[in-house]
Ligand binder design. Structure first.
Ligand SMILES: NC(=O)c1ccc[n+]([C@@H]2O[C@H](COP(=O)([O-])OP(=O)(O)OC[C@H]3O[C@@H](n4cnc5c(N)ncnc54)[C@H](OP(=O)(O)O)[C@@H]3O)[C@@H](O)[C@H]2O)c1
Length: 474
């Protein structure tokens, strides 16, 4: 057996409580350690001695799974972890010391890596590799704890990729997520409120868990009481938060009345709503109508976010909140064709109906930004990438079968939706269509750009269709 000892230290521009809190849930290492492919907290509840994490490390083209355990914690002072994997055992200590001004924290790292078998025999190679990896991890950690203020801009690579449709789509896979230079969620949201639709599964449930992990009070909207209860339990386990931080509203968003009632219930419980994530969405293979007589894709993907957002505008205005509308890269395929938004059952094309509603949601978002900008509420539409969810497996089985190995997991898919609501600098992107934390063009194909006048008439059309009172007008 060979033991390699590493010592490192660095100063983070954050208070000690923030540094400790961010690291105590060690699954955040996937956000700052470039060697970590994915990490997950396996033990439900708040981090405490005995809490376990699965950490998958990339070593060249190979992946190695380590199981970490929190051995000891001294809140605000120290964390001790043991990691175990084939041929390797680590004992790692992170010690926190306050800087003089209280706004900085020195983080000291001590790691002992015991190698056995082939790894021990390759110790001469392993030693510099471990040194390099811990140095990169420390740099990544300090960067993750640094609150960025610069306005995010699209890099030249993704700019070029966006304009060449196929390579652009390659970035919708997990490769695109890993190409992002910043993947941290370290801006806490204590005292903030977040409502998420479609929170019973897929991306929405993870969005809820990530907001709760940051300390926000979350309200999950779902149409099935059992799935809602299970999702709330899951969110509680992942975030390790108090049960009072999680609330639920049961609503099938397929009808105007139900969406409106859901909005009223949310407003009653969260009269200051900091973030609304209109995430619920669906793609149907065959034509179907809702009880209101609308085609169901239109009802869920466009009418429901319209009704919910308008109903919640007073609560959003009170908090100077943010609205995040979950669109899709599929919208690039279609322009805004109001006549085709409500398809009939003849020659029904589910993918076309989905793309049209997602295009319209992006246009509506931009209209809201123009209409309500002065009220201090911010609006974004976004694309989550291609994400491994029950929705994709059911609606697009062939796509799912072919691309499953490179699909994003739901934490990657939730990333931009959480960042838009939590990060200070996301405020600079008000009105933008966002993918992987950067503003993206809304039209790539000829004839698909939407004029402000067309978005405004879409808004009028939605008012007529739903008959609801919109914010500020009766
Ligand atoms: N996954 C992707 O690759 C991808 C790509 C681009 C965009 N998106 C968008 O991301 C969002 C989430 O997608 P996902 O893949 O996570 O989908 P998902 O796995 O199908 O989850 C959709 C969620 O929406 C809820 N929902 C559906 N119809 C509803 C209704 N009538 N009333 C209330 N809730 C309803 C579902 O509730 P139940 O549990 O009751 O079914 C579920 O919680 C959608 O807007 C989707 O269009 C996803």
């Amino acid at each position: 057996m060979t033991t390699i000892t590493i010592e490192r230290g660095a100063t983070a521009p954050r208070a000690i409580a923030d540094c400790y809190r961010y690291l105590a849930d060690f699954s955040t290492c996937e956000q700052w350690d470039p060697a970590v492919y994915r990490a997950e907290k396996l033990t439900p509840g708040p981090p405490r001695p005995g809490t376990e994490f699965r950490v998958i490390v990339s070593i060249g083209p190979r992946r190695k799974t380590l199981r970490y355990r929190l051995d000891a914690i001294a809140p605000g002072e120290r964390l001790e972890l043991t990691g175990r994997g084939a041929g390797i055992k680590t004992h790692e200590t992170l010690t926190f010391t306050p800087g003089e001004d209280g706004a900085r924290t020195h983080i000291a790292y001590h790691g002992e890596f015991s190698l056995r078998g082939p790894l021990a025999r390759a110790a001469r190679l392993a030693r510099p590799a471990i040194k390099r990896m811990t140095a990169q991890a420390m740099t990544g950690l300090i960067d993750a704890l640094t609150i960025k203020t610069a306005t995010p801009r699209q890099g030249w690579l993704s700019y070029a990729a966006d304009r060449t449709l196929l390579p652009g789509e390659a970035l919708y896979t997990d490769r695109g997520y890993f190409a992002m230079s910043d993947r941290a969620h370290a801006e806490f949201m204590d005292d903030k409120t977040v409502a998420i639709t479609g929170a019973t599964g897929g991306i929405g449930r993870t969005i809820a868990a990530e907001y709760a992990r940051l300390g926000a009070r979350v309200l999950l909207v779902g149409r099935d009481s059992q799935r809602l209860a299970a999702a709330a339990e899951h969110v509680r386990g992942v975030a390790g938060c108090d049960p009072e931080h999680i609330d639920t509203v049961e609503a099938d968003l397929a009808t105007v009345a139900a969406a409106q009632a859901a909005g009223q219930q949310i407003a009653a419980r969260m009269p200051h709503l900091d973030v609304l994530v209109n995430n619920a969405g669906a793609l149907f293979e065959s034509y179907g109508q809702t009880a209101d007589g609308h085609e169901q894709t239109l009802a869920i993907n466009l009418i429901a976010p319209f009704v919910l957002t308008e109903t919640l505008m007073p609560a959003l205005t009170a908090a100077q909140g943010r609205v995040i509308n979950m669109s899709s890269g599929g919208m690039y395929a279609k322009g805004l064709d109001r006549g085709a938004l409500e398809p009939s059952g003849d020659d029904y094309n589910g993918l076309g109906a989905y793309a049209r509603t997602k295009r319209a949601l992006v246009a509506l978002t931009r209209h809201w930004f123009r209409r309500y900008g002065d009220e201090g509420v911010r609006f974004n539409a976004m694309h989550p990438g291609w994400v491994d969810t029950p929705g994709v497996a059911d609606a697009l089985p062939r796509f799912y079968y072919l691309l499953r190995p490179v699909l994003r997991d739901t934490r990657m898919g939730a990333d931009t939706a959480v960042w838009l609501g939590a990060a200070r600098r996301a405020g600079a992107l008000n009105g933008a269509f966002v993918f992987d934390r950067t503003p993206r063009p809304t039209a790539l194909l000829p004839g698909t750009a939407v004029k402000p006048s067309e978005a405004q008439s879409l808004y009028g059309w939605l008012r007529n269709k739903t008959g609801i009172d919109v914010h500020g007008l009766r």
